[in-house]
Design a protein around this ligand. Structure first.
Ligand SMILES: [Zn+2]
Length: 280
């Protein structure tokens, strides 16, 4: 077996130790899986289908037809209005995240085609400061929705976020209203908005645009909520039900309309856009 040779052929004594980069351990089935196979399957586990985190750049590649992507407002990045310092200065935190992710902030926005249908797409990236929503994220999303309204484009937003960005305080929270307002005007123009919730979607993002879709779609087993489970248990002094805050639980209780595995997402979006979207 090629895989066995790759795995054990290096003469290492400890078969449990996995060389960096070649294998990843699936947190769901605990198996070690060949990284290339995971990547080929759009960052899902070939054994159990677990959805690994996906970068914003990979999501754009996965959904948008080759050669049709145009990024918008790529130079908008966070200011430091509160001169915020925690364990690190906020601007230092931002430049470290920029270096790590090759992104300007926690969302990228633009336009492109999905199976030859024009869409405006915003994709959040959890690697950037926990996908937190500060003014740069809110501004990029708002501008995207406004241009989409002008150009009569459907909007798709893929969320992956811990919520509002604490380092920008109230300015982060007001992005909830700003993006929601733009989406309302988009909706008034009778244009569709599809929200896609991935692991994790929390806080002010769940409480605003992520749950405002004409269709709210989740990836399997995505964690979706407002506050974390321990905070809720302490507040209501009750034990939470099994599977609380999973995509499946939200689907059962009507908060999510559809659960779509990543491999089917592009096809499913094309089908929905054909049904809801403006005629070509
Ligand atoms: Zn697995």
């Amino acid at each position: 077996m090629v895989l066995d040779r790759l795995r054990w052929g290096s003469g290492r004594k400890d078969p449990k130790k996995i060389p960096d980069g070649l294998w990843v351990k699936c947190p769901s089935c605990q198996k070690s899986v060949f990284k290339r196979l995971v990547e080929e399957r759009l960052d899902t586990c070939p054994e159990c289908g677990h959805h690994f985190p996906m970068t914003a750049q990979r999501r754009v590649e996965m959904l948008i037809d080759d050669g049709t992507w145009k990024e918008w407002d790529e130079n908008i990045s966070s200011a430091d209005p509160l001169k915020f310092v925690d364990s690190q200065k906020y601007p230092d935190r931002i430049s470290a995240a920029q270096k790590k992710t090759n992104l300007k902030d926690a969302v990228i926005t633009g336009s492109g085609q999905i199976e030859a249908r024009n869409v405006a797409l915003g994709v959040m990236d959890f690697r950037f400061n926990g996908g937190s929503m500060g003014s740069a994220v809110g501004e990029r999303l708002t501008r995207m929705v406004e241009v989409a309204t002008e150009e009569q484009l459907p909007v798709i937003i893929i969320s992956a976020s811990g919520g509002a960005r604490m380092q920008e305080g109230i300015l982060s929270l007001m992005q909830m209203a700003k993006v929601s307002g733009a989406l309302q005007r988009h909706s008034d123009a009778r244009l569709p908005f599809i929200s896609i919730l991935t692991r994790p979607t929390f806080g002010g993002v769940t409480a605003s645009f992520a749950t405002l879709g004409d269709l709210n779609i989740a990836e399997p087993k995505a964690l979706i909520g407002f506050a974390g489970p321990s905070v809720i248990e302490q507040t209501i002094k009750q034990k939470l039900p099994e599977g609380f805050q999973t995509a499946e639980f939200c689907h059962e209780h009507g908060q999510v309309d559809l659960i779509v595995p990543r491999q089917d997402l592009k096809m499913e979006l094309a089908r929905i856009l054909a049904y809801l979207g403006p005629k070509k």
